[in-house]
Ligand binder design. Structure first.
Ligand SMILES: Cc1cc2nc3c(=O)[nH]c(=O)nc-3n(C[C@H](O)[C@H](O)[C@H](O)COP(=O)(O)O)c2cc1C
Length: 437
């Protein structure tokens, strides 16, 4: 028995790729800053049948850990990082079929600016663009945008609700058929089909209409990764793609079932939402090589610990240097950032100390280690249990080699098993996503 076909996406960002390996060449310097590394990457993903490249984002250089940006900049995980909305244009121009999903924050954009930029991208890409809707989780980012602090977690989602509402109205401000380009009548656009929106809400005011039509499908594809109950509701109500870092197969199953139930509650067809589980496959030419690679990763304890500390500082704004690393996380730690993620990590740590737990912790919790063919088999098994819809491949820092392991190893192995697309039946990301359930 095999699972039904499923989808692959890549969880990327525009941070520097691998720079320590002898095979890095000029990828982390010249080819990073001129975008060529990512152009080559997205072409490879398209060749391999990925549905999309999702580009994560954050908006600050964090100096939370020990009160300095040293560890953050030393490991280059969150900075430097280029703007995904701008880069999406370049990546789409280099490809024909694959979706490009750019992250943009409802807390820092204005709906008009976002609606205009994504309508532009949706037109330029022929309907291949997605918006990863985030509310952001860093006070440091807020301080870059003229605020002292982020609005509180649930309030950010209330703002996001109205934000999406305004953006939808703006994309809807051009009716289908508004472009006439008719030399006979002398009208390029039909003014009777372009309408102001006159939105005046609790958080936003926008007159409209948008000064560009919305492009194929009427709006970009929506992607979201809500983890908290409030976030899950938001995602289930709006998103076409939902991202999750599942707690093993059981966690993935629970999350997908929960999202589908919430979607039905909002009157949506649950099949219109595709849930992608983050996995970080460790691939080797032989089982032994893959196991050794995996063991080598765990052996870099000091390095892993530092990277985790920088990660927590950046995403949660918790400075773990204030706690005794040889004790468990204190009970009273909380965050206004990624609330649900803190709880997941607390659970993963169990009773272990901060040092012990974080020096061996990866972003995901579902371990996949093996040859391309055995990774394909593990994915198959996972999907048989969970029931769909796709995997989001993660791995940082990335390199041409780690990309090739997926695009030239695992993806063809999945295709041989009939589990991954070999071509794109449609021209838009949404249609391709929904071309099978
Ligand atoms: C796979 C994945 C990707 C995410 N990408 C981003 C991102 O690019 N920028 C960001 O600010 N938050 C990102 N987040 C955080 C989510 O938007 C969300 O805040 C988080 O999952 C916590 O859920 P909550 O907001 O419901 O508490 C991501 C989360 C996941 C699981």
């Amino acid at each position: 028995m095999t699972a039904d076909p499923f989808r692959l996406g890549w969880f990327g960002n525009l941070a520097a790729p691998e720079w320590k390996s002898p095979y890095s060449g000029i990828d982390a310097t010249t080819n990073y800053f001129n975008g060529r590394f990512y152009v080559d990457m997205v072409r490879n993903l398209e060749r391999a049948g990925f549905d999309f490249l999702m580009i994560e984002d954050s908006l600050m250089v964090s100096d939370i850990y020990r009160g300095t940006a040293e560890i953050e900049l030393k490991h280059a995980r969150y900075a430097p990082k280029m703007d995904p909305v701008v880069a999406a244009s370049m990546l789409a121009a280099a490809t024909e079929h694959i979706g490009i999903i750019a992250t943009a924050s409802t807390t820092f954009y204005h709906p008009y600016q976002l609606a205009r930029q994504f309508a532009t991208l949706n037109n330029l890409t022929g309907g291949r663009v997605g918006w990863n809707i985030v509310t952001s989780s860093e006070d440091l980012a807020a301080q870059n945008y003229g605020l002292d602090k982020l609005p509180e977690h649930d309030l950010r989602y209330e703002m996001a609700e109205e934000f999406v509402d305004v953006a939808m109205k703006l994309w809807g401000s051009w009716e289908d058929g508004a472009i006439l380009a008719d030399p006979e009548s002398g009208y390029y656009a039909d003014y009777k089909k372009v309408h102001p929106i006159h939105h005046e809400g609790r958080f936003y005011k926008s007159r409209g209409p948008l000064n560009v039509p919305p492009g194929p499908g009427g709006r970009p594809v929506f992607c979201q990764a809500g983890g908290s109950p409030r976030g899950r509701d938001f995602a289930a109500k709006h998103a076409d793609i939902i991202l999750t870092i599942p707690h093993g197969v059981e966690g993935a199953k629970e999350y997908r079932a929960d999202i589908r139930a919430r979607a039905a509650k909002f009157g949506r067809n649950p099949d219109d939402i595709k849930v992608f589980s983050v996995v970080y496959p460790i691939v080797g030419e032989t089982e032994q090589e893959a196991k050794e690679k995996n063991a080598a990763w765990y052996a870099r304890k000091e390095h892993n610990f530092e990277v985790q500390m920088a990660h927590f500082a950046a995403t949660m704004e918790i400075d773990f240097s204030q706690f005794d690393p040889d004790q468990p996380i204190p009970d009273d730690v909380s965050t206004n950032g990624h609330q649900s993620q803190l709880e997941v990590w607390r659970k993963q740590l169990g009773g272990r100390t901060i040092r012990e737990g974080f020096s061996g912790m990866r972003v995901q919790t579902t371990e996949m280690v093996g040859t391309p063919d055995s990774i394909a088999a593990q994915m198959d098994e996972f999907m048989q249990e969970v029931g769909g819809d796709g995997f989001l491949i993660y791995g940082q820092p990335i390199s041409r080699q780690s990309i090739a392991e997926m695009t030239d190893g695992v993806a063809p192995a999945l295709q041989r098993r009939g589990l991954l697309r070999t071509d794109y039946a449609h021209s838009t990301l949404r249609e391709n996503l929904r071309s099978f359930s």
